[in-house]
Design a protein around this ligand. Sequence first.
Ligand SMILES: NC(=O)C1=CN([C@@H]2O[C@H](COP(=O)(O)OP(=O)(O)OC[C@H]3O[C@@H](n4cnc5c(N)ncnc54)[C@H](OP(=O)(O)O)[C@@H]3O)[C@@H](O)[C@H]2O)C=CC1
Ligand SMILES: O=C(O)CCC(=O)C(=O)O
Ligand SMILES: [Mg+2]
Length: 745
Amino acid sequence: MSSNANTIYYTLTDEAPSLATCSLLPIVRTFTSAANIDVKITDISLAGRILSGFPDYLAEEQRVQDGLAFLGELTQDPDANIIKLPNISASVPQLKDCIAELQGQGYALPDYPETPETDEEKDVAARYSKVLGSAVNPVLREGNSDRRAPGAVKQFVKKFPHSMGAWSMASRSHADYMRGGDFYSAEQSFTMAQAGDVRIEFVSPDGTVSVKKELPLLEGEVVDSMRMSAKALREFLEETMQDAKDSGVMWSLHVKATMMKVSHPIVFGHAVTVFYKDLFEKHAALFEELGVNPNNGLSSVYEKIESLPRSKREEIAQDIHDCYEHRPELAMVDSVKGITNLHVPSDVIVDASMPAMIRNGGKMWGPDGKPKDTKAVMPESTYSVLYQEMINFCKTNGAFDPTTCGTVPNVGLMAKKAEEYGSHDKTFEIEEEGVMRVVDASGNVLTQHDVEPGDIWRACQTKDEAIRDWVKLAVTRSRQSDTPVIFWLDRNRAHDIELIKKVNTYLKDHDTDGLDIRIMTYVEAIRRSMERMIRGSDTISATGNVLRDYLTDLFPIMELGTSAKMLSIVPMLKGGGMYETGAGGSAPKHVQQLQEENHLRWDSLGEFLALAVSLEDMGIKQDNQAAAILAKTLDTATGKLLENNKSPSRKVGELDNRGSHFYLGLYWAQAVAAQDEDPALAAKFAPLAEALAGAEEAIISELEQAQGKPVQEEGYGYYHADRAAVKRIMRASPSLNAILADANT
Ligand SMILES: NC(=O)C1=CN([C@@H]2O[C@H](COP(=O)(O)OP(=O)(O)OC[C@H]3O[C@@H](n4cnc5c(N)ncnc54)[C@H](OP(=O)(O)O)[C@@H]3O)[C@@H](O)[C@H]2O)C=CC1
Ligand SMILES: O=C(O)CCC(=O)C(=O)O
Ligand SMILES: [Mg+2]
């Protein structure tokens, strides 16, 4: 047994989840201490990750532990028990904001070097690049993904369905994607027959070979390489803008610049320079001199022109305005503040943005604040086709009905930095014409692509061990839940052809008797899943990493209104467990509402569900009977919370996150007090149950009174908030605090 055996590592992240943690953890610890379980906080927030990367720039007392490195090591311990809340996967503008906030708090961090030249700048850039984008999940997810909607949650939705926007046959919304020149059309893939090294090389027209990267590969590892043509991409973007303008629909771009942190910001940058073509052409020399980077969105123009004289700034603002004259309307992130879809690359993230649009009857918000039909541009066709399929389905069948529809849980391949997760250091924006190729140690060419300047070339790796475990997890889930499983694999896609061979081989390792297991293309798979879903039947989707991400927002948002209500488990390859909370993100909009009206609508259901499985696992692995009881009673409490509709409301003045936590604590204490498996434990919690029930009115009233005014806490930072200030905000009921303090003495 390792020293971690009785510890749950609970992550401190960012934005709404970190606020919620401040209110929830004191309640949780009141319970776990009774089972001798220590709940330890590990800081993996964006600010924490930045600070831990620069100890040499900070005073002794400002230095912080590298929480991510610590947890990364912990994933290799069979006793690992981690509760992972969503964290910010930062775009460059977010990273810069966070650095500025920390500098303002007295941390002498270096500025983010956009074009590093000196050795020192290169070192700083390398350290910041470790924090950029999806930098946490690939490190911690040392296992594949199991995400589903528990029965109690589906029951809740049947009783309290969320609203769904109506779909009309006449809707003009659609997905648009490249018909050639994209990654899909150029993908090549191979499987290593035995372990060995390969090289990624660039060959220039005169035959000079430069090695871009050397990769040591394991036996059975699948390697893909692919190219997106910049020319084809720009032509495609131009066409979509023309088409949207001519047909009078709004234009929107949906990429995942955070998870695909190297390739998608480049795609985003092309969209910015095509949309604002006249602006970028007219001011090319000036923008170059100022260091405007379109990959960071139009916000980069606004940021860099700040140093210019007013007349020049006004001229540029007018030029931006003129661009709108002959372009389609742009979907807005905030129409009141004039923030468009092209402002920063992290505001519209495809996994959440496309489902939100489909749930909303295919509409996004226009510059006038009104919902409108939109052309949803997702250049890479590999995955975009499934959104078009769902849009067509909704046009024909109407919106999904949450009270009758089935569910589509997901088993996703992501362990060992599978697929796009591991692609960042193997993604290149091509500088000159030539050939990109992958060669083995004997010089055999395994894949090759002709490339032109600006093209994006990338390679992905997927380890055999991860694929084998994924197949096992899919079969296990199918058996345990008696649900058919579809492997979403496209027999026309190079990477998937390699995977299909492996799936067929590894399925033979398992007893699949009586199970319904199919392999289908994405379009076939989504159609079958949706047809079954509207008839109330469930279908497991077993998918690769990107589809995992996309589908675990897409289906939950239709079925449950939000992916926050999902149970999300990562059974680690080494035997430990990570329990993620929901499948959604860190909800920046919720923080804005808290700041403006002191109401936090974050739903911690994901945390409740994760904690229950974490405790259940602790009960089994460590033979901790009290933990097992806490797990069961927590499930009972969560069920009751859903039954009584004590989830946070969206409206100020009504129950919010803090009030919802109180009810969880009350119901949990009552459930522990009511069980008879462990009378001593029941007796221990009876007084707490009584005290909480007795103080219900006072606590709810105190929490209600805290709401309604803007939060004006001294030291309240966005990325690096003073924990004492957060505590004053999030623990706003003196009565509840007193009862918890009493229970813990
Ligand atoms: N696992 C992880 O660590 C993940 C991190 N992220 C990161 O989160 C950030 C924001 O991403 P974004 O794409 O805007 O997605 P979010 O999921 O944060 O936000 C989309 C919307 O989903 C709803 N939502 C999400 N979680 C909850 C919850 N617990 N309770 C109630 N509603 C919820 C909210 O809708 P409404 O406004 O209607 O209330 C919210 O505005 C980014 O930095 C992203 O990289 C994203 C996904 C996963
Ligand atoms: O790692 C990220 O950036 C986001 C991950 C995500 O959205 C998910 O796993 O659903
Ligand atoms: Mg996601």
